[in-house]
Design a protein around this ligand. Structure first.
Ligand code: 8DG
Ligand code: MG
Ligand code: MG
Length: 148
């Protein structure tokens, strides 16, 4: 395989799925960030909009349908792994449940221990690195007029 090609940055879309004052998090089983709590999300596919990718990844990973999908911020994320360094440009979106009563399902149990809602002011630890950095910096994914 072409090393230069393989080592190029990838684009990921990550979703703050909000419910009241809570966000949806799952403990990762993937090699990157194993055992840390992270948001649903994954890699942008060819031709997709950020909103389409957010809806698809949330559906694939949790079974949930989302709406009011909005762009929040972008993070340039260089993850130093001993075997294979990773460079990911992560696009952070926020969204809400299309149906308030819908429950998250662990659709990809090989990648995640399960999904649950956590209070933004009382987050579980350890958080996935990039998310911890955002939380530490005082980032707030909630809209000013949050009535959801
Ligand atoms: P895919 O095959 O479904 O496309 O990818 P995935 O297996 O679902 O990818 P992922 O690792 O869940 O997400 C892609 C990258 O996004 C991840 O390696 C690093 C970056 N990322 C962050 N923060 C977060 C986060 O809080 N959650 C998730 N899922 N990814 C995040 O920088
Ligand atoms: Mg995925
Ligand atoms: Mg994922």
């Amino acid at each position: 395989e072409n090393i230069g090609e393989a080592s190029r940055p990838k684009v990921a879309v990550v979703v703050f799925l909000l419910k009241g004052k809570k966000v949806l998090l799952g403990r990762r089983r993937s090699s990157v960030g194993r055992d840390t709590f992270a948001l649903p999300g994954g890699h942008l596919e060819f031709g997709e909009s950020f909103e389409e990718c957010a809806a698809r990844e949330v559906k694939e990973e949790t079974g949930l349908d989302i709406h009011k999908i909005e762009y929040l911020t972008v993070i340039n994320n260089v993850i130093s792994k001993v075997d294979k360094p990773l460079h990911i440009v992560a696009i952070f979106m926020r969204a809400f449940l299309a149906d308030h009563n819908q429950m998250p399902q662990n659709v990809e149990p090989e990648k995640c221990e399960g999904w649950d809602w956590y209070d933004w002011n009382d987050l579980p630890r350890p958080l996935f690195g990039p998310l911890e950095t955002m939380a530490q910096s005082g980032f707030n994914p909630f809209p000013d007029d949050c009535d959801e």
